[in-house]
Each structure stands twice: as structure tokens, then as C-alpha cells.
Design a protein around this ligand. Structure first.
Ligand SMILES: [Zn+2]
Length: 288
């Protein structure tokens, strides 16, 4: 939405004064060149050291963060269009965009026609924005839900086509298809909203799949607190896990798909109340 506003403004400026438009063009070019130079100069991409230090649970953090490192990934075959988004670091992110005392609420395995609306209602009640890691075919089957997620200010994350938690042991071509097909499904269902993250099912990342996601502008996304809501341990147990493990780091994992999520809905409500009482803000995972 912001993008539309910016491009609209640039367009009207060009209509009003051509010389000014030229000046803007030059300014934009200067900024682009400066960004390229700083990207080349920066060792290994900013922010990765911090992310790596933030959690002992990182998977594959030792890989190079350089987006185009030729040794890190097999060549991406042109099965998809050229990414329209700039590459992001390929290391697994856990940190918040805001920094400070904040958490990232992440919701996986949807969208689900029954449970996602209830989760969205809880988030709205608490004025909290979350990151939804969606399974491609479910996004495709529920486009109105995907658009509601985006319209209410939440962010999208690619959670593959088949949720294969053993995908890290399968050929790269398979992983590539799992990731890029879901990316296309989610993006299309959303009406073209950005898909900013990639979370491997069960954390089954590989260096090559992280690199692939990063080249498509999707930051590999980890988690610090696994509420295990998926196994329906009871509302109290889910909330208790957050309270007990929030010291692990800021990214909390819930689920809105995969079965009856009534415990999750109630536990999310209680968790958000508790987090606010503890003066936690909510943020999004840092993209770059
Ligand atoms: Zn999942």
C-alpha cells in the first residue's frame, strides 16, 4: 500500500514539472549507486552477526550471508520469473524489526477457513500484527482469507506446498519447487502482496534453500518459543510455555491450521494479555 502511494506521488511530480522529475531521477540513481556500493563493502551483510548471537538455536547460521555466493547454492534454474524483490540475507532470522522489549507473533500452517478468522479476531482485539506462514495450496484455496490477513496489516511467509519436514534430505530441485510454487500461490492469492519470509516446515532448512528464498526476497525465519499448541496440550500449558521460554528469544510460534485450534485461539488471547502486562511490544521479524 505504501508502494502505491510513493509511486503515485512520483508520477504526479513528473506531470507537474519535468525538470524536477529529472532531478528526482538523478537523486534516485545516486541513492541506488550508494546502496550498491555499501552492499559490496559491508562484510557479509549487516545484521547477521546480531541475529546469530541472539539465539543458540539457530540452524545453519554459519553459511555465508552474501546473497549471490556461488558456492552456497546450486544455480537457480529459470523455472520462475526473475525476482522482483531485492535479495535479503540468507541466515535464519529470529530478531525483531523494532528491537527493544518486543516479540514476533508467528502463525503457521494456515490459512484455515475456520481457525484463521478467529486468530485474526484475537489479534485485532489486542491491536497486534503477526506473521502468517502459509501453506501454498491452502492460500490458493482461501484467497479472501489471505487478503484479509494482508488488509489487517499482517505479513506473509512462505511455508511450502506440502509441509514436508524431511525436505532438507531431498534434492534441491524438490526443495526449490516446494518453496517457489508456494511463493507463487501465496503471492497470487494475496493479490500481489510481498511474501517477506520463508519458514521451512519443522525447521528443515538447508543452505541452498535458504539462499534460494533469500534471492526471492524472503528472509529465512526461525523461532525461539515453540508453544507446541499443535499437540493441544491445554490452554494453560500453551500460555505457560510462552512465559517459561520467552527468555529464549522474541519469536513465538503458534498454529492456525492442521486441526482443531480452539486451544490456540484462547491461548493466544491470554498470551497477548500477559505480554502486554509485561510491557512487551509486538513487532515483525527483521527482514534485512
Ligand atoms: Zn508448519
Amino acid at each position: 500500500m505504501t508502494g502505491w502511494r510513493i509511486s503515485g506521488g512520483r508520477f504526479s511530480a513528473r506531470l507537474k514539472a519535468a525538470p524536477r522529475a529529472a532531478a528526482i531521477g538523478i537523486a534516485v540513481a545516486v541513492v541506488v549507486v550508494a546502496a550498491l556500493v555499501s552492499a559490496l563493502v559491508a562484510p557479509g551483510g549487516g545484521g547477521d552477526g546480531t541475529a546469530a548471537a541472539a539465539s543458540g538455536k539457530n540452524l545453519g547460521q554459519t553459511g555465508s550471508a552474501t546473497p549471490h555466493s556461488p558456492s552456497a547454492a546450486p544455480t537457480v534454474t529459470p523455472t520462475s520469473a526473475t525476482p522482483a524483490v531485492p535479495p535479503v540475507p540468507a541466515s535464519i532470522q529470529h530478531a525483531t524489526e523494532s528491537g527493544g522489549k518486543a516479540v514476533n507473533i508467528t502463525i503457521d500452517d494456515g490459512p484455515d477457513p475456520i481457525w484463521t478468522p478467529k486468530v485474526l479476531d484475537v489479534l485485532k482485539k489486542h491491536h497486534v500484527h503477526a506473521t502468517f506462514c502459509m501453506i501454498g495450496p491452502q492460500a490458493q484455496a482461501n484467497p479472501a482469507l489471505v487478503r484479509r490477513v494482508v488488509a489487517e496489516g499482517h505479513r506473509l511467509c512462505d511455508h511450502t506446498v506440502h509441509h514436508d519436514e524431511a525436505m532438507d534430505h531431498k534434492p534441491f530441485a524438490y526443495q526449490q519447487k516446494e518453496i517457489l510454487d508456494a511463493y507463487a500461490m501465496i503471492e497470487q492469492a494475496s493479490g500481489g502482496a510481498p511474501v517477506r519470509y520463508y519458514r521451512a516446515p519443522g525447521g528443515a532448512f538447508t543452505p541452498a534453500s535458504r539462499e534460494l528464498a533469500a534471492q526471492h526476497g524472503m528472509r529465512p525465519l526461525g523461532w525461539n518459543v515453540d508453544t507446541k499448541d499443535f499437540s493441544r496440550p491445554g490452554v494453560g500449558a500453551i500460555v505457560g510455555t510462552v512465559k517459561a521460554e520467552i527468555h529464549n528469544g522474541p519469536t513465538i510460534l503458534f498454529h492456525d491450521g492442521g486441526g482443531n485450534r480452539s486451544q490456540t485461539v484462547e491461548a493466544l488471547d491470554q498470551t497477548l494479555t500477559w505480554l502486554a502486562q509485561q510491557h512487551y511490544a509486538t513487532s515483525f521479524p527483521k527482514v534485512d
